[in-house]
Design a protein around this ligand. Structure first.
Ligand code: NAD
Length: 356
């Protein structure tokens, strides 16, 4: 085994069913007495549920969380936090709401407790992407990592089955790229393997029955592990492409991950630097029979996934445009970025062809 560095995230996590009831004691542990609750306009009722549980500690709800964390929304939230004199933040929602919580926390220094309701994994990372004048800038800072995380499976009952599947694949993508990250390590390998394996069991069960409580719990556990992978090591081609295409063509986050993952994986699968990762990945994917691309294609078939970049609204002309941007700034990836190969990858994803 090679030498390695492992940086663990020193934050508190509670996981289970009905754990929302433990919110008052968690807030006590992080010494927060007056909370601003964050959510999207679509999840106000969940935020109200949170407020009811914490009683007088819940000072106000700010319900303007938006995709890509626009700074003008954070400016508004900062003003509300100051006006109300809160000493802590609770974000309840998906990656968009967690993003607002992180942005508000780093600006104000207030402790941030996250209650995730999707599998995107942002709550486990010290990463924040913010948008100003249409430009998204992403940074990493240990102070961005939330102070505490409360996972309650019950909050996932309202997540529609298609979003469950897409968000679960989004989580799997973090673990796939962690396996071949240049700064990977054996601890993260374990989390990645277990995260993928668990989600591959849970997602087909949830697709058959979105109310299956054991499968929901398994999916959330797997997503937690995958989120830790995203937070701990560097991502490569797949995440860079999602970021580039998502920004250029305003594509939805989880769906873009779903479309690109098999193609980015197929591109990297033959790279000698990814050989060990592919063995581990094939072992985690059912039906892979030693071939991870076959494994991911089989998973998609089982889940009935039929998405394309074209279907998400990207024009055909965007293929070359996206390719130019994707190869313009070099980044760490197990296989060298070759124009022809990257263009073909994006073209296949655009047309909705199977990865190979
Ligand atoms: P999202 O947070 O935008 O949520 C999508 C929609 O689903 C919203 O309307 C939301 O209110 C609704 N929703 C969420 N949970 C629900 C539930 N349980 N029941 C019913 N409706 C629910 O989507 P997302 O995919 O979770 O997050 C995407 C955003 O997160 C992107 O901006 C992405 O860049 C960011 N992200 C950041 C990181 C990071 O580490 N910084 C990691 C992953 C994602």
């Amino acid at each position: 085994m090679d030498s390695f560095e492992y940086v663990s995230a020193p934050h508190r996590v509670v996981f289970g069913r009905g754990t929302l009831q433990e919110l008052p004691s968690m807030l006590e542990k992080i010494k927060v007495k007056a909370v601003l609750i964050l959510c999207t306009p679509q999840q106000v009722s969940t935020a109200e549920e949170v407020k009811a549980i914490i009683g007088d500690t819940g000072i106000a709800i700010f319900s303007e969380a938006t995709m890509h964390t626009p700074t003008h929304i954070t400016d508004k939230a900062v003003l509300v936090a100051q006006e109300k004199g809160v000493d802590g933040i609770v974000s309840v929602g998906g990656g968009s709401t967690v993003g607002l919580g992180k942005a508000l926390s780093i600006r104000t220094g207030l402790p941030h407790l996250c209650i995730p309701t999707t599998y995107a994994g942002s709550e486990m990372t010290p990463i924040l992407g913010e948008t100003e004048n249409g430009r998204k800038v992403t940074r990493r800072d240990p102070r961005i990592l939330p102070t505490a995380v409360l996972y309650d499976v019950e909050l996932f009952k309202t997540l529609p089955v298609t979003m469950t599947v897409y968000s679960g694949i989004n989580a799997i993508a973090h673990a796939v790229e962690a396996l071949y990250a240049t700064n990977r390590n054996p601890i993260i390998d374990l989390l990645a393997y277990e995260g993928i394996r668990t989600l591959c069991i849970a997602l087909p069960l949830l697709q058959a029955d979105g109310n299956d409580p054991a499968a929901r719990q398994q999916a959330l556990y797997g997503a937690w592990l995958c989120g830790m992978c995203l937070g701990a090591v560097d991502m490569a081609l797949h995440h860079k492409l999602c970021h580039t295409l998502g920004g250029m063509f305003n594509l939805p986050h989880a769906e873009t991950h779903v479309v690109l993952l098999p193609h980015a994986l197929a591109y990297n699968a033959t790279a000698p630097a990814a050989a060990g990762a592919m063995v581990k990945l094939a072992a985690a994917l059912p039906e892979a029979e030693g071939d991870p691309v076959r494994g991911i294609n089989a998973l998609y078939q089982r889940l009935g996934i039929d998405l394309s970049l074209k279907g998400l609204g990207m024009s055909e002309g965007g293929v070359d445009e996206a390719c130019d941007v994707a190869i313009a700034n070099p980044y760490k990836n197990p296989r060298v970025l070759e124009r022809e190969g990257i263009r073909e990858l994006i073209r296949r994803a655009w047309a909705g062809e199977a990865a190979k």
